[in-house]
Design a protein around this ligand. Structure first.
Ligand SMILES: Cc1cc2nc3c(=O)[nH]c(=O)nc-3n(C[C@H](O)[C@H](O)[C@H](O)COP(=O)(O)O)c2cc1C
Length: 251
């Protein structure tokens, strides 16, 4: 798309080819931040970010969420340690990319069975990440000084996980717009295998914890942009029986 970056357009207006407005700029420039300074964001700023989440839309306005902010260094360190422990345990049985040949064959069998049962959890991307974590090559929570846990209330109308996603993304964009960095962390769910953490955060029916946001001031070194696929979009803008025209979004 032919958009100029030098200046920003005012909010609430549109003209073809005009520069991004501040909201669009934040959306397109946001990146997952995985490298944080030690000091946390001020509480007033965290509350402002939470407010962006509170204002998110949800099906039937059911607002199926509860927010937990973790800033205690002691708790954060314990969460990291336990998450690594659980991931190492799973990878001991499942990681068919490491170890000798016999180990790999057995692990491949276990992984094949589990991928059938939990196809999303063991998709190659989380699998690769878990393998790296088990080998001590990367942390789970990226040493972030703040975690915002997005606790889902399963009694929400229609599709509560979708509402959680919308709510969290409001927070991520707000954080970015205020100069902070954030990264979604789906791997927090491994802590839910440990009763200690379920108890600590009050995660029992109707609540579920599948995701959190790691947040803080980003270190100057940030990850580079991640490529996006171009999307073929179908436009039905003629008659009932006319085929759609297609455009390629992102080229
Ligand atoms: C629901 C969800 C869970 C994620 N979980 C993790 C995670 O556990 N660890 C991590 O480093 N990144 C995680 N990410 C970040 C993605 O890897 C990242 O958004 C994606 O690679 C695109 O990069 P970008 O956010 O920089 O545009 C998650 C993202 C989402 C939306």
């Amino acid at each position: 798309m032919n958009v100029k970056y030098e200046e920003l357009s005012p909010l609430g207006t549109y003209e073809e080819g005009m520069p991004w407005n501040p909201v669009e700029k934040i959306i397109v420039e946001r990146r997952s931040i995985r490298s944080f300074k030690k000091e946390p964001l001020p509480d007033s700023m965290i509350r402002r970010i939470l407010e962006a989440g509170r204002f998110a839309p949800s099906a039937g306005n059911s607002q199926p969420w509860r927010f937990i902010v973790v800033k205690s260094r002691e708790i954060l360190a314990e969460m990291e340690k336990d998450a690594i422990r659980v991931i190492k345990f799973f990878m001991f049985f499942l990681d068919y990319t490491t170890g000798n040949r016999v180990r790999r064959i057995i692990a491949r069998f276990y992984a094949a069975v589990l991928i059938r049962i939990l196809p999303n959890e063991l998709h190659p991307v989380p699998f690769g990440l878990m393998s790296q974590i088990a080998q001590g090559k990367t942390p789970v929570f990226h040493a972030a000084p703040i975690l915002i846990l997005l606790v889902e209330d399963r009694r929400g109308v229609s599709n509560p996980p979708m509402d959680i996603g919308i709510c969290g993304q409001n927070m991520v964009l707000a954080a970015h717009s205020l100069g902070a960095g954030a990264c979604w962390i789906g791997l927090i769910k491994v802590l839910m295998y440990l009763p200690k953490w379920r108890k600590k955060f009050g995660i029992k029916y109707p609540y579920k914890l599948d995701v959190c946001l790691a947040m803080g001031w980003q270190k100057p070194k940030a990850d580079g942009p991640v490529p996006r696929e171009a999307q073929v979009v179908e436009w039905y803008d003629k008659g009932l029986n006319d085929p759609p025209r297609t455009t390629k979004q992102g080229e």
